[in-house]
Design a protein around this ligand. Structure first.
Ligand SMILES: N[C@@H](CCC(=O)N[C@@H](CS)C(=O)NCC(=O)O)C(=O)O
Length: 208
């Protein structure tokens, strides 16, 4: 078994969380390197692209969240072996990445600009993506995004649903998902009810 170290910010969510969940669900030992936000300026230069997550595998560093997600999902049985199902899995993860990139681009804007950009996203891109993700879910059986079972794609979509509904993003209404893609809320509940996910958050003292 390779030595694994997953590095990401010290909070329960974001681009690093699906890989943390997948490794924990699969019982794969890894060093859970959580960077306190205050330490990021000094850690940033030590990462290949000035960003996290990163995954060290036997001392070699892998970057890009979805590459990391696929790698750990293959290790843990959370990635489909069928090529088409694998592509559906990738499609959902890349769609989430499109949304996350837009959210990221507003993070450090002055508040008036942040407000207008987030309002525009709430009227335009976000409903488009959420509705299409919901449609993909339905077309793939209504329960999971690929392979008719929980895969890494479900973990990534669930993290987005949680981010959008949690109220941590100012100027994005917490009822947006409910209004435009309510099936994603049912999907979120389904994912969070998975016993190994419940056990993971219980271990970390997080209510889900
Ligand atoms: N394309 C990269 C984006 C990575 C990224 O932007 N990560 C954010 C956290 S979610 C980050 O490191 N932000 C801090 C910074 O850019 O200084 C990926 O998918 O991993």
């Amino acid at each position: 078994m390779s030595d694994l170290k997953l590095t990401y910010f010290d909070f329960h969510g974001g681009r690093g969380e699906p890989a943390r969940l997948a490794l924990s669900m699969g019982g794969v030992p890894f060093v859970d390197d959580r960077i306190p936000i205050a330490e990021w300026p000094e850690r940033k230069a030590g990462t290949p692209f000035g960003a996290v997550p990163t995954l060290q595998v036997d001392g070699k560093t892998l970057t890009q969240s979805n590459a990391i997600n696929r790698y750990v999902a293959k290790l843990t049985g959370l990635y489909p072996s069928d090529f088409w199902q694998a592509a559906l899995c990738d499609e959902a993860m890349d769609a989430v990445e499109d949304v996350v990139n837009q959210i990221g681009s507003t993070m450090f804007l002055p508040d008036d600009e942040k407000k207008s950009k987030r309002e525009a996203l709430t009227e335009g891109m976000f409903p488009l993506y959420l509705k299409q993700l919901s449609k993909n879910l339905e077309e793939n059986g209504g329960r999971y995004f690929a392979d008719d079972r929980l895969t890494i794609a479900d973990l990534k979509v669930a993290m987005l649903t949680r981010q959008l509904t949690s109220g941590i993003l100012e100027h994005i209404p917490t009822d947006l998902v409910e209004r435009v893609a309510p099936d994603l809320l049912g999907h979120f509940e389904r994912v969070m009810k998975d016993p190994s996910i419940k056990a993971y958050y219980a271990k970390h003292g997080v209510e889900v």
